[in-house]
Design a protein around this ligand. Structure first.
Ligand SMILES: NC(=O)c1ccc[n+]([C@@H]2O[C@H](COP(=O)([O-])OP(=O)(O)OC[C@H]3O[C@@H](n4cnc5c(N)ncnc54)[C@H](OP(=O)(O)O)[C@@H]3O)[C@@H](O)[C@H]2O)c1
Length: 265
């Protein structure tokens, strides 16, 4: 049995994960963190009396109950200190929260190694995103031309999405996409060719009717390959990957980025 403390258990993503944990027999939710629901049982907040774990106002209070794995699912402003507190309490850590920098992770890595603990940080737990990333990396090794399309609803203020930034960063480690006509030589408004992120041309659409999708198109003479991920409006896509991360994080030492670190892909 893996005992878990979940920070952000009442949030959009964290509450779906709490429901997912309640359905499996090898993981137990023993403590939750939510400032506005401290002192209550998680089940009272989420409308499921079977979830009896107590809710605490802070990670430090929740971690007074020993757990195997701490899951960080709050906000960028609180994530780093929660992660450090969890490592200092001897827990392995799964990070779902976005927004931590490379230097944050370098610092966390030092603490985790010193404490002999694993940290698995996944910008996107959705298995279809993890597979898109891996398939795209494989394709980029063989096909030199590609462009990325980032689709989202019209209320999304940031562009491109974190998922597409992560995809572009991974492809940057393979090689830059080749532009047959370099941007400096093109005719017409340069913006129409999108933004160059780490060597990939990225085009962001923000329209009613979309939720979140990411597509990469590889082109070769007289042939094309499209790899696309689509998710709906719920946080359900992130549950299965987070459960895998919880099960595997204790096999790691230090910080590892991306769910593929623990998948045999
Ligand atoms: N990795 C992935 O696959 C994935 C998927 C979805 C979302 N995310 C990321 O996960 C994070 C959470 O997203 P969300 O949409 O679930 O957020 P949300 O709905 O606003 O939930 C935030 C949760 O954190 C709690 N919390 C505890 N301490 C907090 C603090 N100091 N500041 C703010 N909240 C605090 C909130 O409860 P109280 O307000 O009561 O404290 C609430 O339970 C974001 O960074 C998001 O980008 C990642």
């Amino acid at each position: 049995m893996i005992n878990v403390c979940l920070a952000g258990a009442t949030g959009w993503a964290g509450s779906e994960l709490a429901r997912g944990i309640a359905k499996v027999s090898d993981i137990a939710l023993i403590a939750a963190v939510s400032r506005t629901n401290a002192g209550r049982r998680l089940g009272e907040v989420l409308g499921d009396p079977a979830m009896t774990c107590p809710v605490y106002a802070s990670a430090a209070e929740a971690l007074a109950t020993t757990c195997d794995v701490f899951v960080e699912y709050t906000k960028p402003g609180s994530a780093k200190s929660n992660i450090v507190t969890a490592l200092e309490h001897g827990a392995h850590v799964v990070v779902g929260t976005s927004g931590l920098t490379d230097s944050d992770y370098a610092e966390i890595d030092g603490i985790a190694r010193h404490r002999q603990r694993g940290v698995l940080a996944c910008g996107n737990f959705a298995l279809t995103v993890v597979l898109l990333q891996k398939f795209a990396e494989a394709a980029a090794r063989l096909i030199p031309h590609w462009e990325i399309i980032d689709y989202a609803h019209d209320h999304k203020v940031d562009a491109p999405s974190g998922t597409v930034r992560e995809l572009a960063a991974r492809l940057a480690k393979v090689r830059p996409s080749t532009l047959t006509v370099p941007l400096d030589s093109m005719v017409g408004p340069r913006e129409t060719r999108g933004a160059n992120i780490g060597g990939s041309q990225v085009h962001s659409l923000r329209l009613p009717g979309y939720m979140i999708s990411a597509e990469i198109i590889f082109g070769m003479p007289d042939q094309r390959l499209s790899i696309r991920h689509d998710s709906g409006g719920s946080a359900r896509p992130y549950v299965d990957g987070a459960l895998i991360a919880i099960r595997k994080v204790s096999t790691l030492l230090g910080v590892h980025r991306g769910l593929d670190s623990v998948l045999d892909l």
